[in-house]
Design a protein around this ligand. Structure first.
Ligand code: C2E
Ligand code: MG
Ligand code: MG
Ligand code: MG
Length: 292
């Protein structure tokens, strides 16, 4: 059936071929079936840590796909492909549904944790998107401030007026918004000021350069002061060691996320992690030597 998409020419798959089209179509078909069946796709959750109190301030939901033949697929190997088609919309709806149910479960268990979900350009191009998310929250009975949505600067650039309409409707509904991968786009301060966001996440490439090169630390410093000047909470992604966490705290960065604290993990593992981390944060508060 793949041949139909190549003008009827029956071709054998050539791994050195330059289009990659058969692989891409196969992947999209597999992904569509994965969304329908629901049992190959799951979410892992990575904690975000308040650098002052050391308490968990929220989690980011990250998609995981267990492909029946290929095994674990990295998001970067299928999300960008899904984003070129309309499949990204049912995929995002599926992810939002899982994230909202998990956030509700945590709230009902007595420890509410805000859950952040990554969006795609197409969501912000669809004027009905905000209404769909708000009714999802309503159906689940989840307070809007327990859902956070991550966008990137480039997602807004495609059609800024339309994207702003969607973002304003989400924010008016009480959903927190965050700018992801900050520093990799080309936004001006004037432009950023117009975005109705609550949080800025500095891209991990700058965070990881910070303790190595002067250039990296200059960017992190200016992103922190830019964020604070705009009244945003500032998060550093990709924190892999204590030294980086210490420097970030000295620079006034509010929140950190990265392998140093925890890798993304299934919700059940995160429950156990939170209990251990809480004990470590309590000891830290009491000035006793910490475990981690
Ligand atoms: P992102 O939103 O910037 O997510 C952060 C990525 O950095 C995640 O990769 C996370 O596992 C990784 N990371 C966290 N801490 C560290 C660290 O200390 N060091 C390093 N080297 N990496 C760290 P992941 O899970 O592979 O996701 C990659 C990207 O795929 C995400 O980047 C996001 O853009 C996209 N993505 C993931 N889940 C979804 C989803 O449900 N929907 C959409 N549209 N995109 C998603
Ligand atoms: Mg993200
Ligand atoms: Mg990011
Ligand atoms: Mg990203």
């Amino acid at each position: 059936h793949l041949a139909e998409h190549h003008g009827g020419n029956v071709q054998e798959y050539d791994p050195a071929g330059d289009t990659g089209a058969p692989l891409r179509l196969e992947l999209l078909g597999d992904l569509r079936r994965a969304i329908e069946s629901g049992d190959q796709i799951s979410l892992h959750y990575q904690p975000k840590i308040d650098l002052q109190s050391w308490r968990i301030s929220g989690v980011e939901a990250l998609i995981r796909w267990q492909h029946p033949q290929q095994g674990r697929m990295a998001p970067d190997s299928f999300i960008p492909i899904a984003e070129t088609t309309s499949l990204i919309r049912p995929l995002t709806t599926h992810v939002l549904g899982m994230a909202v149910r998990q956030a509700k479960a945590w709230q009902q268990a007595g420890h509410p944790i805000p859950v952040a979900v990554n969006l795609s350009t197409r969501c912000l191009q669809d004027v009905g998107f905000a209404g769909q998310v708000l009714s999802l929250l309503h159906e689940a009975g989840l307070p809007a401030d327990l859902l956070e949505l991550e966008i990137t600067e480039s997602m807004v650039m495609t059609d800024p007026e339309r994207a702003l309409t969607v973002l304003q409707a989400l924010r008016a509904g009480g959903i927190r918004l965050s700018i992801d991968d900050f520093g990799t786009g080309h936004s001006s301060m004037a432009y950023l000021r117009r975005l109705p966001v609550d949080e800025l996440k500095i891209d991990k490439s700058f965070v990881q350069e910070m303790t190595v090169s002067h250039g990296g630390s200059v960017l992190v410093r200016s992103a922190i002061s830019l964020g604070h000047n705009l009244g945003l909470s500032v998060v550093a992604e990709g924190v892999e060691d204590q030294e980086t966490a210490d420097v970030l705290r000295e620079l006034g960065c509010d929140i950190a996320q990265g392998y140093h604290f925890a890798r993304p993990m299934p919700a059940g593992d995160l429950d156990r992690w939170i209990i251990e981390h809480r004990a470590a944060a309590d000891r830290r508060e009491q000035g006793k030597p910490m475990m981690s």
